[in-house]
Design a protein around this ligand. Structure first.
Ligand code: ADP
Ligand code: NA
Length: 329
């Protein structure tokens, strides 16, 4: 039996992924490789919707790909590739843009947030049409399911609407994908501002980067914001900082929150932070070291990325050829 296709990707803009990207996305990607014919990409076309330094973008794309591999994405099971190496993404996006209403695109709330941050003068048409490119990324691979964070729900709806519209106008072409929204338990919060999710655009001190030096990681965890009451218990509202540390420990160690609370009974925040730092380092250090090894061998990384691009191009070109034929090219 053939496995269903699956597509997911992350931006290369920060170079290093953070603990939220790793625990909320990458760990799941590695687990899904056996059950799906998976396509995992580094979405560099999306990165240039805001200004990038070319040299840094190229290097950050490689660093991101190296982390996918180091975390366990297996080039023999999955296609690991860079989005710009597969021209069909931009080509399908154009066709889909002609099917997207101007008002429909204007209702995307992420665009409103991002353009407000960028300011009117730095807001490009590319930033505006970003969700349509994302629809193309997905639809090229004909997946039944797309694993996404809660903030991507609206973009998945647009993807489904565009696929349905194309199918009804030009004939059955696309599988209509379901968004599989990630569980709340996989969510990691900012160490300095534990009401907000850990994000590359958040406080750098609240962010644990996979590529950080070990001493930096320990310092960030030991400086995590907690509260003045000394009890170690799980309560996202009253004790967001402590709950986040327990959540990180649990996500990595696999121990239940209840078991951890019992384990820390009678201990202090220093003990909690020390143990979380140990658990995080034991998980992250081998990944960082492996990623650095891959980056030190550019020819091997190029070979792996070319192999992934060949697999992705094969699937993507097939879908694009059908689309082009149906629209009259
Ligand atoms: P960021 O917020 O750092 O810009 P992205 O929005 O690019 O991260 O998300 C990339 C992937 O990582 C998505 O699958 C998203 O759900 C996941 N992710 C991002 N931040 C977190 C987090 N704090 N906790 C869990 N998963 C996260
Ligand atoms: Na984001």
């Amino acid at each position: 039996m053939t496995k269903p296709n699956l597509l997911s990707g992350m931006q290369p803009s920060a170079g290093s992924l953070h603990l939220g990207n790793y625990l909320g996305a990458l760990v799941n990607w590695t687990k899904m490789q056996d059950d799906y014919n998976a396509f995992y990409c580094v979405v560099d076309l999306h990165a240039i919707t805001v200004p990038q330094d070319p040299k840094e973008l190229r290097q950050n794309t490689r660093i991101t790909a190296a982390q996918y591999l180091a975390a366990g994405i297996d080039e023999n099971k999955s296609a690991l590739f860079v989005q710009s190496h597969v021209p069909a993404h931009a080509q399908l996006a154009w066709v889909l843009m002609t099917l997207t209403g101007f008002g429909e695109a204007g209702r995307m709330t992420q665009f409103k947030d991002k353009s407000q941050k960028a300011g009117a003068d730095s807001t490009s048409v590319g930033l505006f049409t970003y969700p349509v490119l994302q629809a193309a990324d997905i639809l090229l691979y004909q997946p039944k399911a797309v694993p996404v964070g809660e903030d991507q729900r609206q973009h998945i709806e647009l993807t489904r609407d565009l696929a349905t519209r194309f199918n009804s106008r030009f004939g059955e072409t696309f599988v209509i994908p379901e968004g599989v929204i990630l569980k709340e338990t996989a969510k990691i919060y900012d160490l300095q501002n534990p009401e907000a999710k850990m994000s590359k655009s958040g406080d750098p001190k609240g962010l644990v980067n996979i590529m950080d030096e070990s001493a930096v990681i320990v310092k960030k965890i030991k400086s995590a914001v907690t509260d003045t009451d000394a009890a170690i218990r799980f309560d996202r509202e009253a004790k967001p900082g402590v709950s986040n540390l327990l959540g990180i420990h649990s996500a990595i160690s696999g121990q239940s929150i209840d078991a951890l609370v019992a384990h820390f009974d009678g201990k202090g925040y220093g003990d909690l932070k020390g143990e979380v730092a140990e658990v995080v380092l034991a998980e992250i250090e081998p990944i960082r070291d492996r990623a650095n090894e891959l980056l030190a061998d550019p020819a091997e990384l190029d070979r792996l990325l070319a192999k992934g691009a060949a697999k992705a191009n094969e699937q993507a070109e097939k879908t694009l050829a059908t689309v082009y034929e149906r629209v009259g090219f």
